[in-house]
Design a protein around this ligand. Structure first.
Ligand code: NDP
Length: 229
């Protein structure tokens, strides 16, 4: 299989790369700031034919275009695209939220996945899958109060992005899933989070492999269960 993972240098993205390599996939990893010597580059040095690391800022359209071209040339088709890169602005308080946080949350968490998927669409293989890393914090059904507002708005937008992409790619036989990975122990999730990244990624890879075309566009969690929007 041939896979692309964004935001692949740490957290859930890095775990995707590890598990994809372990099952024998070829992987192109997109990272905002390629850093020689980090864990991702160590994996690439150990398996230079299987893993390529390319620069990608998913908030910058010109970076997305350049990445899509280079990644497309490295892989002769794409079976899995994981739009994983994301940002969370913390400690936002009502009365004190400015435009900048909305703008870059939207660019990175919603616009980037759309533009990258659109750019790679001609190369997505029939039967392939796009996994968009959303969050329960983007669900209207959330009843927990005024939490993470700019993040939540951007993930709600990503859910709509996913539904639209599911329609756009249906004839090509490509499935698209907005997913919640659970509350995962990463820099973003923190040390007290419930889910080990290995379990979240294993569950999401199972979903990508098994979920049928007729479910494309539905909001799922890492166990494969449906979630309310
Ligand atoms: P981390 O904060 O640990 O890692 C985020 C990754 O995204 C980093 O690799 C970061 O790169 C990258 N990134 C951020 N902005 C950009 C950008 N503009 N271009 C390219 N890469 C970028 O997060 P997690 O691994 O925990 O989360 C991964 C995804 O899962 C995110 O979309 C997040 O919203 C989602 N999620 C996570 C949950 C959790 O509990 N952890 C819960 C629900 C959803 P850099 O190192 O350069 O900053």
């Amino acid at each position: 299989m041939r896979a692309i993972v964004t935001g692949a240098n740490r957290g859930i993205g890095l775990e995707f790369v590890r598990q994809l390599l372990a099952r024998g996939d070829r992987v192109v990893a997109g990272v905002r700031r390629p850093t020689a010597g980090d864990a991702l580059h160590a994996l690439a040095a150990a398996q230079p034919d299987a893993l390529h690391v390319l620069p990608l800022d998913v908030g910058a359209p010109e970076s997305i275009a350049a990445f899509a071209e280079r990644a497309g040339a490295l892989l002769d088709g794409i079976d899995l695209l994981v739009n994983n890169a994301g940002i969370l602005h913390r400690d936002e308080r009502f009365g004190d939220i400015g435009a900048a946080a909305f703008e870059d949350s939207f660019r990175i968490n919603a616009m980037g996945p759309f533009l990258l998927t659109q750019a790679l669409a001609p190369r997505l293989a029939r039967g392939g899958c796009v996994v968009n890393m959303s969050s329960r914090l983007g669900a209207m059904a959330l009843k927990d109060g005024f939490l993470t507002p700019t993040y939540s708005v951007s993930k709600a937008a990503l859910n709509m992005v996913s539904v639209l992409l599911a329609h756009a790619l249906a004839d090509a036989g490509v499935r698209v899933f907005p997913v919640s990975p659970g509350w995962v122990r990463t820099d973003m999730g923190g040390t007290t989070a419930e889910v080990d990244p290995r379990d979240a990624v294993a569950g999401l890879l199972r979903l990508a492999a098994e979920a049928p075309q007729e479910d494309s566009g539905r909001f799922r969690d890492w166990t494969g269960a449906a979630i309310d929007w």
